[in-house]
Design a protein around this ligand. Structure first.
Ligand code: GYE
Length: 330
């Protein structure tokens, strides 16, 4: 497997040889606005869709940061389908954009299309969710949250707040997505030493409020009073579950404890109302970091860029929600 530094060196070399060759279409010495003369750099951004509040904040952050950096951003909405994302990526390659940012819906199945980008020497930055590819030199860097750690943090909070004893139903995110796989595993790696924390059911709610509600309704019908805790892979599904719990005549936050991930405004509102017990933050404001990395890549300065750049998360529960809700930016 080629080392990551090889690809950085390759991009740097390409930049250099283009600068030296007169009339090279790709010659772009950077100026303070990150562009060359009156030509703007064009960045293709392939987004997963708009499944959650987190995702909306993420899209806005990328759009704003691209505008601030003076780039032209072409935005492709995958609408929750990998095939749409692959088509969009291929089309950005055909258009010869200067760089591509990909937030991949699922972890696998990217090798071929990333190969196409590499053949045209178009650098790819993976943002938010991870990819699993045979050849890691197919992308320059990954920037996003440590979603495995988020799963661990949710479990640690739960153990502390239930004295290590609870029957849990899990609402998983989109099947095959890296945060789903990581939040599933991180949670289990912590509870495995606590045999009285028992996962009695686990189903996908696709990171969507409506699906979270629907799945929760079914789980309450099957498991009734056995359900003591909901662990939701994102806030939107937890909020859907809260509605289902209320419809079933129970008190969310008291009769059933809910812990979720993201830390969006609506989760803080639910905590202030006492209906959600805890949210583990996952910061969606990734645009500025992404554009900073893109600028370095385009300037041929990415040789020592780390392959994985993880954003740190905090845990918030009902006890602090009121004090900090006004300071939340998303
Ligand atoms: O938690 C969820 C979203 O990929 C980390 O995707 C992200 C997740 C986030 O739709 O709300």
């Amino acid at each position: 497997m080629p080392r990551s530094s090889d690809s950085f060196a390759l991009f740097a070399l390409m930049g250099l040889s283009c600068l030296m060759a007169s009339g090279c279409a790709d010659s772009k010495p950077s100026d303070s606005s990150n562009n060359v003369g009156d030509r703007k750099y064009t960045i293709g951004f392939v987004q997963t869709g708009s499944e959650s509040d987190w995702r909306k904040a993420h899209s806005d952050s990328v759009r704003q940061a691209a505008e601030d950096a003076g780039y032209e951003l072409k935005f492709a909405d995958g609408q929750g389908k990998q095939e749409n994302q692959i088509k969009a990526l291929s089309s950005f390659v055909a258009q010869r954009v200067d760089a591509i940012i990909l937030s991949p819906l699922v972890e696998t199945g990217w090798d071929n299309v990333l190969e196409k980008a590499a053949q045209r020497n178009i650098p790819v930055l993976i943002l938010d969710r991870q990819v699993e590819v045979e050849d890691e030199s197919l992308f320059v860097t990954y920037i996003g949250a440590d979603t495995y750690n988020e799963g661990r943090l949710a479990a640690e909070w739960l153990i502390k707040n239930t004295d290590g004893k609870a029957k849990v139903v899990e609402l998983q995110g989109t099947p095959g997505a890296s945060p789903t796989l990581n939040r599933y595993k991180g949670f289990r790696d912590v509870i495995k030493d606590h045999p009285s924390i028992e996962i009695i059911a686990s189903q996908s709610g696709d990171f969507r409020l409506s699906k979270g509600k629907e799945v929760m309704e079914a789980l309450l019908k099957t498991h009734g009073d056995d359900v003591e805790v909901v662990y939701a892979h994102n806030d939107d599904m937890a909020i859907g579950a809260i509605q289902a719990i209320e419809d079933a005549g129970k008190k969310p936050g008291d009769d059933i404890v809910l812990v979720s991930i993201d830390g969006v405004k609506a989760a803080f509102e639910s905590m202030v109302e006492g209906k959600l017990n805890c949210t583990v933050e996952c910061n969606p404001l990734q645009g500025p970091m992404a554009m900073e990395a893109v600028a370095k890549i385009l300037a041929g300065e990415a040789e020592d860029m780390s392959k994985r750049q993880m954003i740190k998360d905090e845990v918030y529960d009902r006890s602090v929600a009121k004090d900090i809700i006004d300071s939340r930016k998303y």
